[in-house]
Design a protein around this ligand. Structure first.
Ligand SMILES: Cc1ncc(C[n+]2csc(CCOP(=O)(O)OP(=O)(O)O)c2C)c(N)n1
Ligand SMILES: [Mg+2]
Length: 360
């Protein structure tokens, strides 16, 4: 008998709601209608916020921005399954996760405007700041999960990363450590199928990303990342499993980056536009709208109300976020280490002298 036949090596693909809004009731996550409407509201908030940030960059008001368009279900559905005490360790494309976690949207704008003070964690909230170095956050997350286990805290860590990040050594080290120590962690892979211009097909020779978990001794599952109910269900199960002390799960949310990599990129140079058109049919918001239509709980008035409510929220956040006075150059050196090392002290002094003209 092969090991696979013993049932140890299987990878499941889960979809609760198809692209036309039909639900497999056997997999329904038992969220009541008001919660499903809340998910729609949050996803629309993310979409409007995302469009706004893109436009702010184009009009020179903020710096480089990484769009989330197309990934709303993956981000909102997964974060919705967390408890407040759980930890979120994001990469740089998880604005939807921050929104669900209740992070002040003005701070998000301030952060994308390059002001790192925006990432200070108020009142000990369990959200780490976004991480630009690919995959480095996975090791921080494993450290948090190990600490939670050693201290017997009832906390689960959820770490986000892209398909490209799975080619980094940090990913494999983190997965191995989490497997060996059976840590309370969920590895949430947003497989948007692109790492800048590198398609998923040449990122790895494996058929799925989920199956990589097998090599580290725990479960991997692939979910339709544009199906918010599927993402919620699978993530919730993985979180509960981790909380019971049954170890990690790798979730591969199969989605698609509808926009460019960032505002500094032009995907039209390397990506067939037909592919983008194809994925438009699988839009996470659209399928939820179709679901509500089928249930008879949809109206244009409702949609208009949602759009106008979130638009006002976003406009207020932008006004507040952009009106914060820029930090002084000295603050560049703060909040990196608990105690500033001598080399940073020297650099800070050197910059001060150069900028304030105290030394040639
Ligand atoms: C260690 C490191 N290497 C390279 C880069 C440059 N870089 C920024 S984003 C990116 C691709 C990431 O792709 P993926 O992990 O799929 O995330 P996505 O951008 O699709 O969300 C690369 C290579 C970086 N930021 N950090
Ligand atoms: Mg990617």
């Amino acid at each position: 008998m092969s090991i696979e036949e013993k049932g140890q090596f299987s990878v499941h693909y889960v979809q609760v709601m198809d692209k036309d809004g039909n639900i497999d009731m056997t997999l329904h996550p038992n969220l009541d209608e008001s919660k499903i409407k809340e998910l729609y509201h949050l996803m629309m908030l993310l979409r409007v916020m995302d469009e706004k940030c893109f436009n702010l960059q184009r009009s020179g008001k903020i710096g480089t921005y990484a769009q989330t368009r197309g990934q709303e279900a993956s981000e909102v559905g997964s974060a919705f399954a967390l408890e407040e005490r759980d930890w979120v360790v994001p990469s740089f494309r998880e604005m939807g996760v921050f929104i669900v976690r209740g992070v002040d949207k003005a701070k998000l704008i301030q952060g994308w405007n390059g002001d790192t003070r925006a990432f200070a964690n108020p009142d000990g909230a369990h959200n780490l700041p976004l991480s630009i170095p690919i995959a480095s956050q996975l090791l921080h997350a494993v450290g948090l999960a190990w600490a939670a286990k050693l201290q017997k805290k009832d906390e689960v860590v959820m770490v986000y990363f892209g398909d490209g990040a799975t080619s980094e050594g940090d990913f494999h080290e983190a997965m191995n450590f989490a497997g060996v120590y059976k840590l309370p962690i969920v590895f949430f892979n947003q497989n948007n199928q692109w790492a800048i211009s590198t398609p998923r097909t040449i990122q790895t020779a494996t058929q799925t990303i989920a199956q990589k978990a097998i090599a580290y001794g725990f479960e991997g599952v692939q979910v339709d990342g544009n199906d918010v109910l599927g993402v919620y269900r699978i993530t919730k199960e993985a979180i509960e499993k981790a909380r019971r002390g049954e170890g990690p799960t790798l979730i591969e949310a199969l989605t698609f980056r509808m926009g460019d990599h960032t505002t500094s990129d032009d995907a039209a140079k390397y990506r067939d536009p037909a592919l983008v058109e194809e994925w438009k049919q699988k839009d996470p918001l659209l399928r939820l709208e179709k679901y509500f239509q089928k249930k008879g709980t949809w109206s244009d008035e409702y949609k208009n109300w949602v759009v106008s409510t979130v638009t006002k929220e976003v406009e207020d956040a932008v006004a507040a976020g952009l009106s914060v006075e820029a930090p002084s150059y000295e603050q560049l050196f703060d909040d990196v280490f608990a105690e500033k090392p001598w080399c940073l002290v020297e650099q800070q002094q050197q910059l001060k002298e150069e900028l304030e003209g105290k030394k040639e």
